[in-house]
Design a binder for this molecule. Structure first.
Ligand code: BGC
Length: 749
């Protein structure tokens, strides 16, 4: 044999074989189902929906089901061994490492990241959500969400459970501080920006509690009765606007029933309205323990059960295998979760733990609080205080020597060092404990008035407090009303004889300023006597510095009330809050309570027959005087409105002159209300726009505000659509819902 020839032959054969193998392998790759190792969905040039579809195709049924529920929570549902990988937040969903899908680490984060204490971490407390709404500042709202998003990432979370936007139909609701007030346009736009800020950090955002969970009493049993038009134009509108502005990944359905069905198995709410009418592309997750069925809830539009798998684990899997629940329905739930993860960036840019920027947190918290403190009264320009003219200041009440109050429940943020009013080492956050942040008004006031004698009295005995006030040039009384998830206020009156304290101090010293730390409006029988009132809300980590800056005029207040302060509980649409009968509650000592709740407690009825008349719309329609109206808030300067022009067009465009007529720079929130044609059958007026305008002293500016025609529309139930009615529209412009000096009408065809 010629070796050269045989070598050539051998090479040829090898080459041919290699070609055959390559072609063969290529064919396999082309014809075989795509192997998970290829992970085509990691190509971020594809749309989130395309990417999600590619993953869904690869998943087994068991994997799909694993994405549709959490891994349990003590006291609410059995805890799976997989929960050991949880980061310590309220919810944990296992990932699918084989497919490169990370787990979902959820944390409550209403005004900051929750449970940092338990987890040995730090988080900033921002002013509460209602306070944020009082800023009417969309940029501040974005910054609010962005800070939360950053701190969530630092702590290893990729989903936020904030975004509360239930309208304040019932201001005694113990969660009013977690929401954004009583107007759907203000609340919806503000919550939208918060969620946008969260999601810009590549954290899944959530909006809650959908819908009409407006009282905590009997929340797992109550059936809310309300007509469709009122829902769509009020409560659901806040969600609709919030979703349109943010593309929130998640909507949390609430505990209560609405018109007969639990919110988490309510086809009208979840499918007809949320997924179809609002075109919501994300996923619906249940409130914790808010699921009562598998097939019904799944068909109604629930995508994900939290915190465990009472219904969306084995039960849903069986239902899918038997055909009771179609595979397409299961796939849709899974698709919604995955597409949200791709869209928000939690897969492409997962969180890395790091040290939260504490200093920045303080700065943002203080800045937002400074924009959120509402100056409610300022007789004879008592404020701002002039430190050089004050020899003695009395600081009274509400633990103002050490701290300021925060809102409780699942919103609770843990203060560094523990509850400020407890001895060191004993201030661990307990459910329903009143938690104070270590931000001391006394210290902050001393820092602003270093030459004055600043003395403190706890306010527990009104006569000693009054005696101290008598010796001072000015008395500053801090007053509080604590609230939390899981309770409602018995009344809007301040608790613990604080009204009496304020009355006695004011009688002793007419230069009395009241600073309120409340999560809801409060009644003020002493309002006529005191010299000044500030609403500071639950002011967050740096509340005291913000309050002192406003008291001493380093900051000129600009916030406006996002909620009406009525004169008394008797003026509310429902003077008596409906409480559940015994059979509709569970015994708190019952360790199996969650099973009873899951089976369904007997319903009791709450009927929102005030309908469209939520908040100021109620007081306007009923011609009731109020203590402080919606949209109200004073400044240390004054403003003049003039020359309103209204131009119809695709969207109505208003312009007017706004002048700062006082002696210092300030920011005015200019509000626009519309009176709809009589044929609309609406309450007297509604908020349709606003602008926050910063003006130097003496400066005047033309302000232009475009009105979205949607905000002028009514919801036509027969057509199941929004409708802009033809007719005369009157626009009212000014600095509060009850002080609207400019008025102009136009006809819209
Ligand atoms: C609350 C939710 C919260 C969840 C998880 C529920 O009790 O209603 O707002 O996100 O718990 O903590």
């Amino acid at each position: 044999m010629n070796w050269n020839r045989s070598l050539r032959w051998a090479s040829l054969v090898t080459l041919s074989l290699a070609i055959v193998i390559i072609v063969y392998r290529l064919q396999i790759v082309e014809s075989a189902p795509r192997s998970a190792s290829v992970k085509l969905w990691m190509n971020n040039k594809l749309s989130p929906d395309e990417r999600a579809d590619l993953v869904v195709k690869e998943m087994t049924l068991a994997e799909k089901i694993s994405l549709l529920h959490g891994t349990g929570m003590d006291g609410l549902s059995p805890v799976s061994p997989l929960a050991v990988r949880s980061n310590g937040g309220a919810g944990y969903v296992v990932g699918i490492p084989r497919l490169g899908i990370p787990g979902i680490q959820m944390s409550d984060a209403a005004y900051g990241v929750r449970m940092s204490g338990d987890n040995g971490r730090y988080s900033t407390a921002l002013p509460d959500d209602l306070a944020g709404a009082a800023s009417w500042d969309l940029d501040a709202a974005f910054e609010y969400g962005a800070l939360i998003g950053r701190e969530l990432r630092d702590q290893g979370y990729n989903m936020s459970l904030g975004g509360g936007v239930n309208l304040a139909r019932e201001p005694r609701n113990g969660r009013t501080f977690e929401y954004m007030g009583e107007d759907p346009v203000l609340a919806g736009r503000m919550v939208g920006q918060v969620i946008k800020g969260v999601q810009a950090q590549h954290v899944l955002g959530d909006i809650k509690h959908y819908a009409l969970n407006d009282q905590e009493n009997g929340r797992n049993a109550v059936n809310v009765n309300i007509d469709k038009r009122s829902m769509r134009e009020s409560d659901l509108l806040a969600f609709e606007i919030g979703l349109r502005e943010s593309d929130a990944a998640g909507v949390m359905c609430s505990y209560n029933r609405v018109n007969g069905d639990y919110a988490c198995e309510n086809k009208y709410l979840l499918t007809d309205v949320l997924k179809k009418a609002f075109n919501f592309k994300g996923f619906v997750l249940s409130d914790w323990g808010g699921v009562h069925s598998a097939a019904k809830a799944s068909a109604a539009g629930l995508d994900h059960e939290e915190p465990g798998e009472l219904f969306f684990g084995e039960q849903l899997e069986k239902a899918a295998k038997s055909g009771q629940v179609s595979m397409a329905e299961v796939d849709d739930h899974v698709h919604r979760i995955l597409r949200s993860m791709f869209a928000t960036g939690v897969i492409d840019d997962p969180p890395h733990r790091g040290v939260p920027d504490v200093v920045r947190g303080f700065e943002v918290a203080q800045k937002i609080e400074e924009q959120s403190i509402v100056l409610l009264k300022n007789d004879r320009a008592q404020l701002p205080l002039n430190a050089s003219k004050l020899a003695a200041i009395a600081v009274i009440g509400a633990h103002s020597d050490v701290g300021m109050l925060s809102g409780g429940g699942s919103a609770q943020v843990d203060p560094p060092g523990g509850n400020a009013i407890m001895p060191p080492g004993q201030g661990r956050t307990e459910w329903q404990a009143h938690i104070w942040f270590p931000t001391s008004p006394l210290k902050a006031i001393r820092a602003k008035a270093p030459a004055a004698k600043v003395q403190y009295d706890p306010g527990t005995d009104p006569s000693t407090a009054a005696a101290l006030a008598k010796t001072a040039d000015v008395a500053i009384v801090f007053a509080e009303q604590w609230e939390s998830e899981g309770m409602d206020l018995e009344s809007l009156a301040l608790p613990d004889h604080q009204d009496d304290l304020i009355a006695k101090v004011t009688a002793a010293n007419p230069h009395t300023i009241v600073v309120l730390e409340t999560g809801s409006p409060v009644t003020m029988p002493w309002a006529g006597q005191v010299a000044g009132i500030l609403e500071a809300w639950y002011p967050g980590s740096r509340g005291a510095d913000a309050v002192a800056s406003v008291l001493f005029g380093d900051v000129n207040p600009s916030a406006k009330l996002p909620i009406t302060f009525p004169k008394s509980d008797a003026d509310l649409p429902h003077p008596i809050l409906v409480k559940p009968p015994k059979e509709s509650t569970t015994d708190s000592a019952d360790t199996e309570a969650w099973r009873t709740i899951a089976k369904g407690l007997p319903a009791f009825q709450v009927t929102y027959d005030e309908g469209l008349k939520v908040g100021y719309k109620w007081y306007d329609a009923e011609k009731k005087e109020v203590l402080f109206p919606f949209g109200y808030g004073l400044s240390y300067t004054t403003y003049r409105y003039s020359s309103l022009k209204v131009a119809p067009g695709k969207s109505v465009r208003l312009s007017f002159e706004l002048a700062n007529t006082g002696a210092r720079a300030g920011a005015e929130i200019a509000e626009v209300y519309a009176v709809l044609p009589a044929s609309a059958g609406e309450p007297p007026k509604r908020l349709v726009g606003w602008s926050k305008v910063t003006l130097d002293r003496g400066e005047s500016r033309e302000v232009t505000i475009e009105i979205d025609p949607w905000y002028l529309s009514v919801f036509n139930v027969d057509r199941d659509a929004w409708q802009l009615l033809p007719g005369d529209y009157t626009f009212l412009v000014g600095g509060s819902s009850r002080d609207l000096p400019l008025k102009e009408s136009i006809n819209l065809k």
